[in-house]
Design a protein around this ligand. Structure first.
Ligand SMILES: Nc1ncnc2c1ncn2[C@@H]1O[C@H](COP(=O)(O)OP(=O)(O)OP(=O)(O)O)[C@@H](O)[C@H]1O
Length: 312
């Protein structure tokens, strides 16, 4: 396997005043992946990104970007990174073209109109290149922020809360933009509060809570591994209690006895003595008639809420 593009070892950050925002974080980011960093308010997401991007100094540990240490080889490391910040900070009176070209210059790169054109076209901003930023819609302004972050041809793009406070259609548009960037080979790291965003976009998910990375997992595996399924059975005749015969299935009664709920692992228990087939045949034996049934897979949201509760 290729070396990870970002390596973080034992990273700590204590702010002046003594608050420990990051507690020995170890994390590798693989080349070409979309990595979503999830966590509640104040968990340390922005601090982590800011340290990697060289905006906040670490208190301990080390980080390398494509093998370049972010302290001793700052320029090389920083040149490989693009950062799309949380807040819209654009120069209202500048044109799209000038803003994006100027950004490239800040990284000491020589002008390259062909690259700027490619970036603007990729973000469907080409027609707006001569517009002043103040005349653009919210969605376009966000895309200009991405264009700025891509102006110096970074290999890794950080998006800090890319869709905070934007409407649903704009959010979908942003997801599309990010997917296309990944197709171009850019590694993407995004922070988000929106579970749906991580669920939709990420290849891997990291959960951070109280300054610690509490979990890193492939998205699909995470949903599989921690996911629970629920089978809900609506009964013809309500039950006062779960009959003894059904005790091995650990069922719960709901709806004043009119509904039986069976919670099981989405990976196991499909078959065997506690499987659904066994449950249904035992219901028959117990003479319990089922009117309707439905299943539900727990979402990433349920998993996340559980994790954060455990870590609290
Ligand atoms: N400059 C600072 N000085 C002291 N404490 C800080 C500073 N910056 C951030 N913190 C604290 O560090 C903790 C982590 O903040 P951070 O912004 O990294 O969290 P976050 O996960 O990005 O949260 P949010 O989702 O709200 O942006 C918070 O408790 C915050 O108050």
């Amino acid at each position: 396997m290729n070396d990870p593009i970002i390596r973080i070892n034992g990273l700590t950050k204590t702010y002046e005043g003594g608050f420990q925002a990051l507690k020995r974080v170890d994390l590798d980011i693989e080349r070409g992946e979309i990595f979503a960093l999830l966590g509640p308010n104040g968990a340390g997401k922005t601090t982590l990104i800011s340290v990697i991007c060289g905006l906040v100094s670490p208190s301990g540990g080390d980080i390398s970007v494509a093998g370049h240490d972010i302290i001793t080889e700052y320029r090389a490391a920083r040149g490989l990174i693009g950062l799309v910040p949380q807040e819209l900070t654009n120069e209202a009176f500048e044109t799209v073209w000038n803003t994006v070209s100027f950004s490239r210059g800040l990284f000491g790169k020589p002008p390259d109109p062909a690259h700027i054109e490619k970036v603007l076209r990729a973000l469907t901003l080409w027609d707006k290149r001569n517009n002043r930023l103040m005349t653009l819609s919210g969605g376009m302004k966000r895309r200009v922020l991405i264009a700025k972050a891509l102006s110096h041809e970074p290999r890794v793009l950080f998006l800090d809360e890319p869709t905070a406070g934007v409407d649903v259609s704009l959010r979908r548009e942003m997801w599309e933009v990010v997917r296309r960037l990944r197709e171009d080979g850019v590694t993407i790291i995004l922070t988000t509060h929106y579970i749906e965003e991580a669920e939709e976009m990420a290849d891997r998910i990291g959960v951070i809570n109280h300054g610690k990375v509490v979990l890193v997992e492939e998205k699909a595996a995470l949903i599989q591994k921690l996911g629970r399924k629920q089978l809900t059975l609506q009964l013809h005749t309500p039950l006062a209690q779960v009959p003894e015969l059904l005790a091995p299935f650990s069922l719960a009664l709901a709806d004043e006895g009119a509904t039986l709920v069976y919670t099981y692992d989405s990976t196991a228990r499909e078959e065997g003595e506690h499987g659904i087939a066994a449950l249904l045949s035992t219901l028959k034996t117990a003479n319990i008639r089922v009117k309707d049934l439905s299943t539900r897979q727990s979402s990433l949201e349920d998993i996340f809420v559980d994790l954060i509760k455990e870590g609290a």
